[in-house]
Design a protein around this ligand. Structure first.
Ligand SMILES: O=C(O)CCC(=O)C(=O)O
Ligand SMILES: [Fe+2]
Length: 204
């Protein structure tokens, strides 16, 4: 396991405690209560299965997104997330028109290896990932050399920003764990282009 700074071509910033604990507590509570949680169906080895977590796709109306083989039309922004989006845009010098929120109920929920490299995302996307609740391990590995793997512990209020060629050269995962731990909510703010409906005409 390497230190993140030893990953060639990756552009990753980990800002522990980016949100103050009281703010992070309030957001965790509000999101837990108000987000219309869903179990997204994802394609795994050619089969459709329930993803091991709860999710919600939120965004501007044009921010359609295809994720793990499924299409998502965004839910509208809840008021609690608009000031946060603004702050993240300032902090990252980037624009975000959507956020994927994932809720990991305990250690049995997780996310397998993937890159956020869907065609709706820019080629070198800036992805701002905010973590709330239980601290979880977040792994990164180089696609063509799995020996190049690094680990972050993402705790309550932490911000992780992935930019540049990170998605092109690396995959990331949130491993499941047998350790008893509490709930975690993660928000990944993204920019999704509105080209999707043109490239995939209605009726497909
Ligand atoms: O929960 C996390 O920290 C990672 C989430 C993620 O990779 C994603 O939403 O694409
Ligand atoms: Fe991801």
């Amino acid at each position: 396991m390497l230190f993140p700074r030893e990953l060639p071509d990756a552009d990753i910033r980990h800002l522990p405690g980016w949100l103050q604990p009281a703010e992070a507590d309030a957001l965790l509570h509000t999101l837990g209560e108000t987000v219309p949680w869903d179990v997204h169906r994802i394609r795994m080895f050619g089969r459709w299965v329930d993803s091991p977590r709860l999710s919600c796709w939120i965004g501007d109306p044009q921010a359609h997104y295809r994720y793990s083989g499924a299409d998502f039309v965004p839910q509208p922004w809840p008021p609690s997330l608009l000031p946060l989006r603004e702050r993240l845009q300032q902090a990252c010098a980037a624009r975000f028109n959507s956020v994927l929120i994932n809720r990991y109920r305990d250690g049995r929920d997780g996310m397998g290896w993937h890159s956020d490299d869907e065609p709706e995302l820019a080629e070198r996307p800036v992805i701002a990932s905010l973590s709330l609740g239980a601290a979880r391990r977040f792994l990164l590995r180089r696609r063509d050399d799995h020996a190049l793997t690094a680990e972050f512990l993402l705790a309550h209020g932490d911000l992780l920003v992935m930019a540049g060629d990170t998605q092109r050269f690396y995959q990331h995962a949130l491993p499941k764990t047998a350790r008893p731990l509490g709930e975690r909510i993660n928000l990944t703010f993204r920019w999704v282009s509105g080209r999707w409906p043109e490239r995939h005409p209605a009726g497909r």
